[in-house]
Ligand binder design. Structure first.
Ligand code: SF4
Length: 751
């Protein structure tokens, strides 16, 4: 037996980026607890983080490539093979298909786990380039794409996203978010519960707007049970009030905003009296909330998934930031502020850029505009099944489970069965990857290094942490898998190492060519040997850190950050609270915050039309919403026994009055029917959901034939996306509508 060793690493499972302390004995993790010295999370941990090693140890996790020799429903149709055989099979089958049908017949789907993995993030463009297609789909269009679009329009970049400065605010308004269960999203804030408690302790106020009285709402000074899908209506009404009285207060952004004079007229139709009946919130309450935001010493407005996965997701996202702007809270301490991540570009000397647009090309069948070079994932099934030139015949997936996470997922499953060839890079044979012809398993989270490249850009403090690999992997790394696949797809004949070396050289060449870089004009050959890190993704992060806002500039700023510096600081480095970044961070063509670009103006017209549309004005019927639970993270932790044991969590929650009207009893089964499908779910009667609302969590519905996640199958639950409608989207972002879905519920007839 060896002595216990402590290993510190950042939890890669959700956006909170908690520091973990892993105790390792005899090459096994025997305990995980929160790292009390982590500069950001200070010891916080949730149940998922404490069983991270169970994912690594899971006997059902794939360790070797799998080739399917039969029907996707046949669990015995799979052969475990060596890596060379898997790639040879791909070369034999996939490459001729692309040669025959053209590169436009290929598509790529990137799932949610990849965004928590810097190796996947930095190699995704390589895969896209190798496929040579514009058919890119990601989990963003069942999640946060509206926020990217509103940021692109307002600030000129889809990734310039303000986050609530929750550690300093006096007044936090939270819409469609339940961080006590989800630990926060688009606001990286480990120990969100503790930060909310601190807000209350310093005399701050919390208002939660949510159709459910969630655990977060339990902490609130005020809970507004809004009708699902009407957050944009409420936010526009708040804007209407603020712009009328007291009028806009732009604070230090005065002179840096376009469209402010036209804004009052644009929101004129949206009075609290007009919008209140649609939202289910009376006009007086809306006026009171508007006054509270406008008069608070500081106020932050935070909208999350419940405001994004709705028909006016982009407009709601836009209104969140505009409300902060006109109350003097945008880019101001205690308001909505912009992180400056260590691996990001340093602040520019002046605002301005090329601006940002969508719709540079459109999807073949449904004509959806691209957004951030992506098509909405709701378009994928039609692209596979509709005959014609450029029909999608080949699909590569990296992580994710779109057969459970996308609307009308049964329709997508039927489409996946029609593909000519599919390759999945995934840890499991799940409801999606059972359709793959080849599954290539990447390392577990403990078999790779970790840097949270996506989420430090959304953090409520500027921090950075780097985690080294804990266990050696018996096989290729994720970037080596991607590089080898790219090499097969392009018939380049290059080895994975050569391909990755080329990627790194290109990154360095790009950086030395950037005029404002601290290494501008230097020779790539001089820089390359200076990069530290075990892998090419690590070296790319090292490059970005060193030329970033706190970097050492390769000698220009001694003592600055690098991978080496982060390795020495095993509990992370704190660069301090968020600081104002506007106007210089603006990348709009005008160099100002652009409030009323044409797509927003048009969408305000669409919102105004709802004032008389029966679909919006009627208050009868039931609307389905999702919900999060602390022990679940989409579908990808459901094979970990410690997280799924106990009381079933995949229940249909319904208000007692709605249950009584339908003769439903607690624990009995009910049939839920929508326009596109139906399912049977166990009823949980609770007054936590408002009248007229029912709730099912997403990511469940396991045990599909051919999948190989037995623990998940034993706790299967039902697939909420059997009910969601693939034709219902937010048109500006292409984001799916997953909340506020009209449904009917009836007791299951006993035969
Ligand atoms: S809150 Fe998120 S990051 Fe923190 S331990 Fe839990 S899963 Fe990991």
């Amino acid at each position: 037996m060896t002595d216990d060793l402590s290993h510190f690493r950042t939890c890669p499972l959700c956006e909170a980026t908690c520091g973990l302390e892993l105790t390792v004995r005899d090459d096994a993790v025997v305990r995980i607890r929160g790292d009390r010295d982590d500069v950001f999370s200070k010891g916080f941990i949730c149940p998922k983080g404490s069983v991270l090693h169970r994912l690594h140890e899971d006997p059902d996790r794939l360790r070797k490539p799998q080739i399917r020799r039969g029907d996707p429903d046949d669990g015995d149709a799979w052969d475990e093979v060596e890596w060379d055989e898997a790639f040879a099979h791909i070369e034999d089958r996939l490459v001729p298909l692309l040669e025959t049908h053209g590169s436009t017949s290929g598509a790529l789907y990137l799932g949610n786990p990849g965004v928590h993995n810097h190796a996947a993030l930095v190699t995704a463009p390589l895969l896209m380039h190798a496929l040579g297609t514009r058919s890119l789909y990601t989990a963003s269009t069942v999640d946060q794409m509206p926020k990217h679009v509103s940021s692109g329009f307002l600030f000129g970049s889809p990734n310039t996203i303000p986050v609530p400065d929750i550690d300093r605010t006096d007044f936090l308004v939270m819409l469609g978010a339940n961080p006590l269960e989800s630990n926060g999203s688009l606001a990286t804030a480990p120990d969100f519960p503790g930060r909310l408690a601190a807000l209350k302790e310093r005399g701050g106020r919390l208002v939660v707007v949510d159709p459910m009285r969630t655990k977060t709402a339990d902490l609130a000074d005020q809970h507004l049970a809004i009708r699902p899908g009407t957050d944009a209506h409420l936010l526009l009404a708040l804007l209407h009030v603020v712009l009328t009285d007291p009028g806009p207060d732009l604070g230090h952004l005065d002179g840096h905003v376009s469209g402010i004079d036209e804004l009052s007229a644009a929101v004129a139709p949206f009075s609290p009296e007009a919008m209140g009946p649609l939202c289910g919130i009376d006009a007086g309450t809306i006026r009171g909330l508007a006054a509270d935001i406008a008069t608070a010493r500081s106020a932050a407005v935070y909208g999350r998934i419940g405001t994004h996965t709705v028909p006016f997701g982009t407009l709601a996202s836009w209104a969140v930031d505009v409300l902060a702007l006109v109350t003097g809270n945008l880019d101001s301490p205690g308001g909505n502020m912009f992180p400056l991540p260590a691996h990001g570009a340093p602040e520019s000397a002046a605002p301005g850029g090329r601006g940002w647009v969508t719709g540079r090309w459109h999807s073949r069948v449904d004509g959806y505009p691209e957004v951030k070079s992506e098509f909405p994932v709701v378009a994928l099934a039609d692209e596979i099944t509709t005959p014609g030139d450029d029909r999608t015949r080949v699909l590569v997936t990296v992580g994710g489970n779109p057969a459970r996470s996308t609307p009308n997922s049964e329709r997508l499953e039927a489409a996946l069965a029609e593909l000519d060839f599919m390759v999945s890079i995934d840890l499991y044979r799940n409801e999606t990857t059972r359709f793959a012809d080849v599954i290539l398993p990447p390392p577990s989270p403990l078999e790779r290094s970790h840097y949270d490249a996506a989420f430090y850009g959304l953090a409520v403090r500027n921090v950075a942490n780097f985690s080294d690999t804990l266990f050696d992997v018996d096989g290729p790394s994720e970037e080596q898998i991607v590089a080898r696949l790219a090499s097969v797809l392009t018939a380049s004949g290059a080895s994975a190492a050569e391909t990755l070396a080329f990627v790194l050289e290109m990154e360095v060449a790009k950086e030395v060519a950037r005029a404002t870089s601290p290494i501008a004009g230097r020779e790539p050959a001089e820089i390359l040997p200076l990069l530290s890190g075990e892998t090419v993704p690590d070296k790319i992060i090292d490059l970005r850190l060193r030329v970033g806002p706190y970097g050492d500039g390769f000698g220009a700023h001694p003592g600055g950050v690098s991978i080496a510096a982060l390795r020495r600081a095993e509990h992370g480095i704190d660069f301090g609270p968020l600081a104002p970044r506007l106007p210089n961070a603006l990348r709009t063509a005008s160099g100002t915050v652009e409030l009323l670009v044409d797509p927003i103006v048009a969408d305000l017209g669409r919102l105004e039309a709802t004032l008389t549309e029966p679909e919006w004005t009627r208050s009868d019927g039931l609307r389905l919403i999702g919900r999060r639970t602390l022990r679940s993270n989409n579908s990808w932790m459901h094979n970990v026994r410690q997280l799924v044991k106990g009381k079933p969590r995949c229940t249909l929650q319904i208000h007692p009055d709605d249950a009584a009207r339908r003769d439903l009893t607690d624990g009995a089964d009910a049939v839920v029917t929508s326009r596109v499908g139906h399912l049977t779910a166990a009823v949980e009667i609770t007054d936590r959901v408002a009248r007229g609302v029912v709730s099912l969590p997403h990511g469940w519905g396991h045990g599909a034939p051919g999948s190989a996640m037995p623990v998940a199958a034993a706790h299967a639950g039902v697939n909420a996306n059997t009910l969601t409608d693939h034709t219902a989207i937010d048109p500006l972002s292409g984001n799916a509508v997953l909340n506020g879905v009209p449904v009917e519920v009836a007791a299951l007839a006993m035969s």
